[in-house]
Design a protein around this ligand. Structure first.
Ligand code: ATP
Ligand code: MG
Length: 256
């Protein structure tokens, strides 16, 4: 990896970029994953490269859904394998969720490689290798495990593709998306939309899960019941607008 000086003002963002590049070198991440990361970086810049209050509300609701679920699944793709393997393993461990590898650019070798990566970070069980069911979609993200995503009641899909997210919702599942673009099809169709960088979101969710695991079922149900996803999306758009306004004023540029 290229050495990034600790005092660089955009240190976190550059480290994330290095991890994705390393993911491509190692074979976990596809070249298309680099482009997706670029789009994410642009939205992260607009949102201020921090977790907004509203994103934290979505992260708590997501954790409550996972803790209440009968068969919660965390879907792992090439980008999340490169960026947050340890956080995904930790979140699965604390909440009792199962990890499932699911790739847009699927090959058995890549599924195996990512499975081994997760195991090297301590995962005890990783699904995705069987691929014994298909969702009604024309690309390889349709391939899922029967005991995993196919039968899951709650699915966490960091960096999901819009049509698969819609399909999972149509199947009656609770879908939690992590997507920095509040207006993507994924964000607009998910049950819980976390507009935050996957690197921050998974770390926060792991911390929240440690605490929320001690809470009663009743109080988790309350978190889920009072949650309003359209407000969370509106808040994300408002945060982007306010950030643009603040940045232009700081630079002496008139805000329209
Ligand atoms: P959709 O298919 O939902 O309409 P899209 O086609 O714009 O979305 P995809 O290429 O399918 O997007 O997926 C990439 C999405 O993931 C983008 O919306 C991008 O903002 C988001 N993204 C990329 N990197 C990250 C990251 N590190 N954290 C959170 N979101 C990210
Ligand atoms: Mg897409």
């Amino acid at each position: 990896m290229t050495e990034i000086p600790r005092d660089h003002p955009r240190y976190e963002s550059l480290i994330t970029r290095e991890k994705i590049v390393e993911g491509v070198r190692m074979g976990y991440t596809s070249l298309q994953g680099l482009v997706a990361q670029g789009r994410g970086e642009a939205f992260d810049y607009l949102i201020g490269e921090k977790t907004t209050e509203s994103a934290a509300v979505a992260e708590r609701a997501a954790v409550a859904h996972i803790l209440l679920a009968g068969n919660p699944i965390i879907s792992v793709n090439g980008n999340t394998a490169a960026l947050v393997p340890e956080s995904m393993v930790a979140l699965a461990d604390i909440t009792g969720a199962t990890l499932e590898v699911n790739l847009f650019h699927r090959s058995d070798a890549r599924v195996h490689q990512i499975t081994e990566l997760l195991k090297s970070h301590g995962a005890s069980r990783v699904l995705g290798g069987k691929g014994d069911k298909r969702l009604d979609l024309s690309h390889d993200r349709a391939i899922v495990d029967e005991e995993g995503i196919f039968s899951a009641d709650v699915v966490l899909v960091p960096l999901e593709d819009g049509d698969r997210c819609q399909k999972l919702v149509e199947m009656g599942k609770t879908v939690i998306a992590i997507d920095l673009n509040p207006l993507s099809r994924t964000s607009l169709s998910a049950t819980v939309t976390i507009v935050d960088n996957v690197t921050r979101a998974l770390q926060n969710m792991t911390l929240f899960a440690r605490d929320m695991k001690q809470q009663s079922r009743q109080s988790l149900l309350e978190v889920v019941g009072t949650y309003d996803n359209s407000k969370v999306i509106s808040d994300a758009l408002y945060a982007i607008q306010e950030r643009l306004k603040q940045q232009s004023e700081e630079r002496g540029i008139r805000w329209i």
